[in-house]
Write a protein that binds this ligand. Structure first.
Ligand code: ATR
Length: 280
């Protein structure tokens, strides 16, 4: 019998997860279908019960439900717990288990851009929202020792630094101050929505200097090359957009649901086609 999967969020109409997962199911010869469900905050508890009632095998959770969903699940894995957000639910015979594959998806994509492992790298994350938190805790869990945060407001960044695991050194920079120290980092990750379509000319920082061999990554994928990435490239950095994070968070969810490693090259191709662009 065909297995059913999907993504819940509000809004959800523009989600590219269905085309990406359906292509991966087809390639893996798995009899399954993945849809998108518009779920408002009021309806979230009913929707989660619906997963059990209808026997859906797996669900992705997106904005604004990633945190609220936690209290509705039967179990939440430790990394998702420390991030405080779930983006993937696995239905194991009626028991709903929550995971977060956003940070791990980001790291999976980042790995091919860096040499010599992650743990000795100095990292600066710009932004202190949900995506930033997922990446911050995942990097910490993977042994990165130096992870600083740059953000417009100190309050949110300080709250995140307050949850920092033992052994990780983290400092806060305002955005102006961050501009002056960008060249000290091996990896700089832009996690705010600044520069996303239609505000494509904007960037949270202006880039003057980068460290030799530094990787600058932006989790935005529309446009494929943000102003932040254009500037970083001009200064000689290796750049990466948000497509890899999107594809790999999906691939990790797919693997949790099916036990199969999907074809990520195909998934990326499908997403790029949907976006109407080519890789930067
Ligand atoms: P997420 O989708 O990752 O949860 P979010 O909660 O909307 O995103 O937060 C994204 C980050 O972008 C926040 O850190 C926010 O800064 P503040 O903590 O100061 O609010 C940052 N951000 C969003 N718009 C911004 C802007 N115009 N200038 C500077 N920072 C901005």
């Amino acid at each position: 019998m065909e297995e059913l999967y999907g993504v819940i969020g509000d809004p959800i109409v523009h989600s590219m997860s269905p085309v990406m997962h359906n292509a991966a199911f087809k390639k893996a010869a798995i009899d399954a279908s993945y849809g998108k469900f518009h779920v408002t905050t009021d309806a979230l508890p009913q929707a989660i019960n619906g997963i059990r009632a209808l026997g859906l095998r797996g669900i992705n959770v997106t904005v604004p439900h990633k945190t609220a969903v936690i209290s509705l699940l039967d179990e939440v894995d430790p990394l998702a717990q420390s991030i405080g957000a779930v983006n993937t639910i696995v239905n194991r015979e009626g028991k709903l288990i929550g995971f977060n594959t956003d940070g791990l998806g980001f790291v999976e994509g980042l790995k091919k851009e860096i040499s010599g492992g992650l743990s000795n790298k100095s990292v600066l994350i710009i932004g202190a929202g949900g995506a930033s938190k997922a990446i911050y805790h995942t990097l910490a869990a993977l042994g990165v020792k130096k992870i600083d945060l740059a953000n417009r407001s100190e309050e949110k960044a300080a709250a995140m630094i307050g949850t920092c695991p033992a052994g990780v050194e983290s400092h806060y920079h305002g955005l102006n101050q961050a501009e002056r120290v960008l060249h000290l980092y091996d990896i700089v990750i832009q996690t705010t929505s600044i520069g996303m379509y239609p505000r494509v000319g904007e960037s949270p920082v202006s880039i003057e200097r980068v460290k030799a061999g530094a990787v600058f990554s932006d989790i935005i994928y529309n446009p494929l090359k943000t102003t932040f990435l254009k500037q970083a490239e001009e200064k000689g950095a290796i750049i990466q957009n948000g497509i890899d994070m999107f594809v790999h968070q999906g691939a990790l969810a797919f693997n949790k649901w099916t036990g199969v490693t999907p074809d990520t090259d195909l998934m990326k191709k499908v997403v790029l086609k949907q976006l109407g662009g080519t890789q930067c």
